[in-house]
Design a protein around this ligand. Structure first.
Ligand code: ADP
Length: 463
């Protein structure tokens, strides 16, 4: 296994840290420790676990500036976004601290008077998580919050690009009083740690946020030991704008949904579908607003769009822009980069493309970058058909003040998360999950704790 991970700042190319990768033996020892710790931790009361989660959240908020600076340096997102993520990270812990107290069972009326039937829920065991670099902190607590609330122990492998945030987050968990073996971290390459997680008998649940191909691999690997899997995978979100929409408002939401985190979220708007009667107005206003966004190092004041994460991401986005241009797209904003392959910084200026056709790669593949393709539609049936014509089914957005149209979209879009006149629907108290190849299960809300629970049924006889 590789034994070092080099963490670099995507805005400057500066090496931030060299951290040791865990050996297979260390990973296995931590898995065993997590399994052993479950025996005791699962017997704590919901109130004890809630207090630990609340304390952890409190420490995250008390240290949010430090956490946010680590995030901005290793991920590139502007500092205000990192501060927002710190608060969002804590919100999953406080939400699940409350849910811990609501893990009710039930009694079932029996068919004979001599029996009593009871159903209880209990933590599933050791949970192994693999998390992505785009939300280096929040994607951890969205899993660890409900897992710990349910009485599970937890081990996480962060993305190689952003391990520093996770290291600090786990330290804060321990400072909050969560035992060391109850929340653990391992570092290393996904392809090396993944099989150790999926192959271990100690692990009872794999929870993953990342790309669909890696998710499919983890599902296959988990079959061998019949592990539960929760998968938050890729998206290809349509952003539909109707003729009656408030266009200025839709532009503000489109900017937030498209360019947040430099377009690198799985719920980012990917395909702008605009009614033919308003496409000219929307395109002009949106392109103007996108061109005015300040691009730069996320640590600098006023920066709204940071770099993309690494060369691989950068190359894919540039290739999509070039492919679209070659097939006839018009560049309405951006289309340019500011990068230095030697030093390795990766800025792509917010890009808006018009005259887009369905044969362009950008309409077929997930775009993990600050590029917005616009296509027009004539009828709402056509908009839904274009929107659903993808193996993905994570988020979809629609803008209309007409309630019949809104309900039509709500009922016909095959996506797990819908924003009606809302470009930022994610929140700790609501379920976040995808249909089709976008995932299995939901995180957040009352749904988000179920994957970490086992159901136990007890039949008492001879009464
Ligand atoms: P991206 O291409 O956006 O980086 P990935 O799905 O590759 O998305 O990465 C998300 C997480 O999955 C990271 O923590 C990464 O280390 C991990 N990962 C990558 N490849 C594998 C693999 N073969 N098995 C398990 N985890 C993996």
């Amino acid at each position: 296994m590789s034994n070092q991970i080099t963490v670099t700042n995507p805005a400057t190319g500066e090496v931030l840290a060299q951290i040791p990768a865990d050996s297979a033996d260390t990973v296995n020892a931590k898995l065993k420790a997590g399994h052993e710790a479950f025996k005791k931790f699962s017997k704590t009361t919901a109130y004890e676990r809630a207090a630990l989660l609340e304390k952890w959240a409190e420490l995250i908020l008390a240290n949010k500036q430090e956490l946010a600076e680590i995030m901005t340096k290793e991920n590139g997102k502007p500092l205000p976004e990192s501060l927002g993520e710190a608060a969002y990270t804590a919100s999953y812990l406080t939400w699940y601290a409350e849910e811990a107290k609501r893990l009710y069972g039930r009694t079932i009326p029996a068919a004979t008077s001599s029996k009593r039937l009871l159903v209880t829920q209990q933590g599933i065991g050791l949970v192994a998580a693999i998390t992505p670099w785009n939300f280096p902190a929040a994607m951890m607590t969205r899993k660890a919050g409900p897992a710990l609330a349910a009485g599970c122990t937890f081990i996480v492998k962060p993305a190689e690009d952003t391990p520093l945030t996770m290291i600090r987050l786990v330290e804060l968990a321990h400072e909050a009083g969560i035992p060391k073996d109850v929340v653990q971290i391992v570092n290393g390459k996904g392809s090396e740690i993944g099989p150790l997680f999926t192959g271990s008998d100690y692990v009872r649940k794999i929870t993953f946020t990342g790309s669909t191909p890696v998710g499919k691999l983890l599902i296959q690997q988990s079959a061998e030991t019949v592990k539960g899997v929760s998968m938050e995978l890729g998206g290809h979100a349509p952003f539909i704008i109707c003729e009656d929409a408030d266009i200025d408002y839709a532009v503000t939401q489109a900017l937030a949904s498209k360019f947040r985190n430099a377009g690198q979220t799985c719920v980012c708007a990917n395909r702008f579908l605009v009614h033919e009667s308003v496409v000219a107005e929307f395109s002009e206003k949106f392109a103007k607003a996108a061109a005015a966004l300040k691009v730069g190092n996320g640590m600098d004041a006023g920066v709204e769009v940071g770099p993309v994460i690494n060369k691989k991401g950068f190359d894919k986005i540039v290739e999509q822009i070039e492919d679209a241009k070659a097939k006839g797209a018009t560049v309405l904003a951006g289309g340019t980069t500011n990068h230095d392959v030697e030093k390795g910084y990766f800025f792509i200026n917010p890009t808006v493309l018009g005259n887009v056709t369905h044969d362009m790669n950008i309409m077929q593949e997930e775009t993990f970058g600050p590029v917005a393709p616009i296509v027009s539609f004539k009828t709402y049936e056509e908009a839904v058909e274009i929107a659903n014509n993808t193996p993905f089914g994570l988020a979809a957005y629609f803008f209309t003040d007409n309630y019949k149209r809104g309900i039509f979209f709500q009922e016909n879009l095959d996506f797990g998360i819908l924003g009606w006149n809302d470009g930022l629907p994610s929140t700790a108290q609501a379920p976040f999950g995808g249909m089709k190849e976008s995932g299995i299960g939901s995180e957040g809300g009352i749904e988000g704790i179920q994957p970490y629970l086992e159901t136990k049924y007890l039949s008492i006889g001879n009464i």
